[in-house]
Design a protein around this ligand. Structure first.
Ligand code: 13P
Ligand code: SF4
Length: 331
């Protein structure tokens, strides 16, 4: 198909949606017609999660992509997630409704800078968080997500010299729980870095019985106040299984959609940002996925993700290594 030049500049398709259509039903119809599967991250808008075939954290999304027999994968998440799918499924079309859906954490680790750092520290292994570009993954020994980071780090000998990139908060947390002193890249996520100790203390005093749940991308002061630290999937599971009925949630507020769905009788309080006036507890990149863009990208099969084949092959190795370790963890 011919890609409209205006779409290329915008990074998404903004063709008007036909009037009087049931957008969600049309999206499902296109999925059936084209043998497409919609994968969505927990941080996307509720209406996107509701129309998806599968909703999960970044590890579950990669595992799901690896096993799908669909011809088209629509990744409602951010760019690195679509790249991960393309690396695992090179023969499939991988669509991302808006190419502008980046990630501040992935951006904090440019591949050229990591390559230079590696050259300066040739004796170090590199462990990279999945929130990195394909070019960065191609430079690493193994990838981790927040669901399996601890086990992957533990799989290395105790005296192994390791560079952990790019999230310094997750790296600090891993150093603390594994007793290591990995060298940390100085990167961070603009959403998780905003959660403040003051706001959590304030919420705790108003809700003394509530438990605090935090994603390990939060700063150490926030993690120190948490009753439970885990990936989005782990936080969800904890909220479901724990007896407590009120939770203060220090991660992207999109996750409250699934929390409320799974536990309608429980109360979830999102930690607001320090200023209280912005929507900093929402990932602006994740919110770029809208039903309209999803419909248009399925209809026109654009924007899709493309990767250089040599880079894709090299980036596949550390992802496969991670998936292998994760599969062993679940046995
Ligand atoms: P999860 O690995 O918990 O899905 O987190 C991904 C992410 O982008 C967190 O900001
Ligand atoms: Fe990236 Fe942060 Fe958004 Fe997660 S929440 S996708 S780490 S910018």
């Amino acid at each position: 198909m011919i890609v409209n030049e205006e779409w290329k500049i915008k990074g998404y398709i903004d063709e008007p949606i036909p009037e009087n259509i049931d957008l969600k039903a049309e999206i499902r119809r296109l999925c059936n017609e084209k043998n497409a599967v919609i994968l969505a991250h927990y941080y996307t808008r509720g209406e996107i999660q509701d129309v998806a075939d599968f909703v999960g954290d970044s590890l579950a999304l990669a595992q799901q992509a690896e096993k799908t027999d669909a011809d088209i994968i629509v990744m409602c998440g951010v760019h690195f997630m679509a790249e991960t799918n393309k690396i695992l499924c090179p023969d499939k079309i991988v669509l991302l409704p808006d190419l502008n859906a980046g990630c501040s954490l992935a951006d904090s680790c440019p591949a050229e800078e990591l390559a230079k750092y590696k050259e300066e520290h040739p004796e170090y292994k590199v462990i990279a968080y999945v929130n990195t570009s394909a070019a960065v993954k191609a430079l690493t020994d193994v990838v981790v997500t927040s669901s399996n980071a601890r086990e992957v780090v533990d799989s290395f000998p105790k005296d192994e010299k390791i560079i952990f990139a790019p999230d310094k908060n997750l790296g600090n947390y891993l150093n603390a729980v594994t007793g290591r002193s990995m060298m940390l890249w100085n990167g961070g996520c603009h959403v998780h870095e905003e959660f403040s100790v003051e706001k959590i203390v304030e919420l705790k005093s108003l809700n003394p019985k509530a438990k605090v749940l935090a994603h390990p991308e939060c700063k150490s002061g926030v993690l120190a106040l948490a009753d439970y630290v885990g990936s989005t999937a782990a936080i969800l599971k904890f909220a479901q299984n724990d007896d407590c009925d009120t939770f203060i949630v220090a991660t992207e507020s999109g996750i409250l959609h699934e929390m409320q769905k799974r536990c309608p009788q429980k109360t979830f309080i999102p930690v607001p940002p320090l200023s209280g006036t912005c929507a900093c507890n929402e990932c602006a990149y994740m919110r770029l996925n809208t039903l309209e863009k999803l419909y248009n990208c399925l209809k026109f099969e654009w924007p899709y993700v493309e990767l250089d084949s040599a880079m894709r092959e090299r980036a596949k190795l550390p992802i496969e290594k991670m998936l292998e370790i994760s599969a062993k963890m679940n046995k």
